[in-house]
Design a protein around this ligand. Structure first.
Ligand code: NAD
Ligand code: WQD
Length: 344
């Protein structure tokens, strides 16, 4: 009998890649998604890749009764991976209440429903954004949590506190909070990838759309920072490597291998790359020239952040394996696929 896992936000970017890896590892997956930032045909693509069609429930995580009904419809769900959230930093500044409601209430609903349905544990999508601009790099899980730069970042900090407080209150559930750095790239099949609505806010989709001629040129937001080439530095992690970390974390919970009821791991490569370095790497890895310009700094940008992934490497036995060159090639192949399908 396959172990049943509920994946909220499972038709989204990271969620869809994680569903594939869960299925490849023998889990039975039920996806819940309200399709506010993804498409239902991602389920078809997941099936094409893994050979198994995950169950899909078009439900909003804010709908307590709807979520209760999903747990009742699929008895024996053992774990939850909670990707569902609103995640656009800029939008969160304009619409804070939308972000506080969506990102906090969706988690609260899950934490209330899990004990009711004997669900053992939850993996939560956190973010390196909780660290702000770290004082020491690379950043470890012990680094201080800094005042959030945006309502979005604040929801991640509050979510982590909600999980800890719930467990401290005696809840039987276990939790692993994964602090992602910058996920990029697409599945090697080019059947799933990042497909942001409207004008991309994140670097890689904007970069590949520029390379495809959809955008005229990429603006590099500042080259006058305190970094070797003046542009900001990030830890870009291949989304499939990130997805695999979720499978290992779920195994850890269900096999009772956790050392505390609530655990936190940095999920990054440990390698910092500047925006200008990334552009050069994209051009050399794909042979595609990129049209870009230096533009003014973007408000709220962290200058430099990259992970110390030693705890995840040693404790989870997980390591990011994919080179940034191979990762960028998958991002480009996904953009080519979108063009071939007439999607973009
Ligand atoms: P995404 O927008 O592609 O996926 C989120 C999915 O959740 C979408 O399919 C959306 O339709 C769904 N969703 C949103 N609100 C919902 C609700 N109330 N009920 C049901 N479904 C809902 O985003 P992503 O990049 O895959 O991010 C997944 C998670 O990882 C998010 O929690 C995000 O905050 C976190 N995260 C992302 C990044 C990143 O750079 N992409 C970095 C750190 C953390
Ligand atoms: C990366 C670098 C930009 C676009 C954000 C959220 C974070 C997480 C990941 C959800 C920065 C530069 C970007 C462009 C550019 N999301 N850039 N031109 O800001 O590190 O993180 O997404 O959890 O919470 O804050 O990612 O891809 O937006 O930017 O020069 O058109 O690329 O200045 O240095 P970021 P990003």
């Amino acid at each position: 009998m396959k172990k049943r896992i509920l994946v909220t936000g499972g038709t989204g970017y990271i969620g869809s890649h994680t569903v594939v890896e869960l299925q490849n590892s023998g889990y039975e997956v039920i996806i819940v998604d309200n399709l506010s930032n993804s498409r239902a045909d991602v389920v078809d693509s997941i099936e094409q890749i893994s050979g198994t069609r995950p169950a899909f429930e078009h439900v909003d995580c804010l709908d307590y009764a709807g979520m209760d009904a999903v747990f009742a419809k699929y008895p024996g769900i053992q774990g939850v991976i909670h990707f569902a959230a609103s995640k656009a930093v800029g939008e969160s500044v304009e619409k804070p209440l939308l972000y506080y409601r969506n990102n906090l209430v969706s988690l609260i609903n899950l934490l209330e429903l899990m004990p009711k349905h004997d669900v053992k544990g939850i993996i939560f999508s956190s973010s390196c954004t909780v660290y702000g601009q770290p004082d020491v790099l690379p950043v470890t899980e012990q680094a201080p949590i800094k005042a959030a730069e945006s309502p979005y970042g604040n929801t991640k900090q509050i979510n982590e506190e909600i999980i800890r407080d719930t467990i401290k209150s005696g809840s039987p559930i276990s939790a692993i909070m994964l602090r992602y750095f910058n996920p990029i790239g697409a599945h090697p099949s080019a059947l799933i990838g990042e497909l942001p609505n409207g004008v991309p806010q994140n670097l890689i989709p904007y970069l590949t759309q520029t390379a495809m001629g959809i955008r005229e040129k990429l603006s590099v937001f500042g080259d006058d920072y305190d970094t070797p080439d003046g542009s900001c530095i990030r830890d870009y992690i291949y989304v499939v490597d990130l997805a695999k970390a979720h499978v290992i974390a779920m195994n850890r919970i269900l096999e009772g291998k956790q050392k505390q009821q609530a655990e936190v791991f940095n999920v990054g490569t440990g390698r910092g790359l500047s925006v200008l370095e990334l552009i050069k790497t994209f051009e050399s890895a794909t042979g595609v020239k990129l049209n870009y310009q230096i533009a003014p700094r973007r408000a709220g940008d962290i200058v430099k952040v990259w992970a110390d992934p030693a705890y995840a490497n040693n404790e989870l036995g997980w390591k990011a394996e994919t080179s940034v060159e191979d990762t960028l090639r998958t991002a480009w192949q996904w953009q080519v696929h979108l063009r071939e399908k007439g999607i973009m």
